[in-house]
Design a protein around this ligand. Sequence first.
Ligand code: SAH
Ligand code: DHB
Ligand code: MG
Length: 225
Amino acid sequence: MKKSDPSWSDVDDYIVRHLIGDDLVLDACLTANARAGLPEIDVSPTQGRMLELLARGVGANHILEIGTLGGYSAIWLARALPDDGRLVSLELEPQYAAVARSNIDSAGLADKVDIIVGEATGSLAALEANKIARFDFVFVDADKENYATYLDHAIRLSRPGAMLVFDNVVREGGVIDPASSDPKVPGTRELYSALHNHPRVDATAIQTVGSKKWDGFLLGIVRDD
Ligand code: SAH
Ligand code: DHB
Ligand code: MG
């Protein structure tokens, strides 16, 4: 098998037809993103649905996302929230955030989602300083170079029992390839190293294939202090 196999996408299509179905809101989001020239690095439909189910599974009322892009994963996550729930999503690029804002408004989720524009490390420090909510669910999907830093912030901002999910932790096997030239790999390895025997987080990672090629999610649960 090659590092990317077209049949992975075909199976994703089958899964979407049976378990997810057509979704005009999410189709419109991806169309708007393409029109605005955003990179096509959103999570896939099956992955977005998984995020929604995980967030519902932990009964999330407050969700934090790091890396909004055009709001595709944010729409999935916001759908997991109860009426009084909130998603805070952090995005560096003002132009991406504006596209996401528009997509989230069109999805009817405007009241549930706050997008904070700027370097996530600064936004996270501000959230901590303002003692904004303890999050129940954190999805990390921004610059991989800072994943270990985002882990520390996520723990400080989370309640015990919160679920943490990091995207792109396999990168077509690059994570274990000593010759990998992928600049996003070292930061990913720092995340694994930080979580090795971590005192506060129980974790695993699950490899995935599909329309977004071979990659994976790292899942963790924050324990009591
Ligand atoms: N979660 C999105 C995809 C995010 S792509 C989805 O699945 O739909 C990664 C995003 O992280 C990009 O939009 C990028 O601009 C943003 N990003 C990169 N570095 C960042 C930083 N330092 N702070 C905040 N956002 C950052
Ligand atoms: C990239 C980033 C992502 O979050 C992703 O899911 C896929 C690719 C990237 O920057 O290459
Ligand atoms: Mg990603």
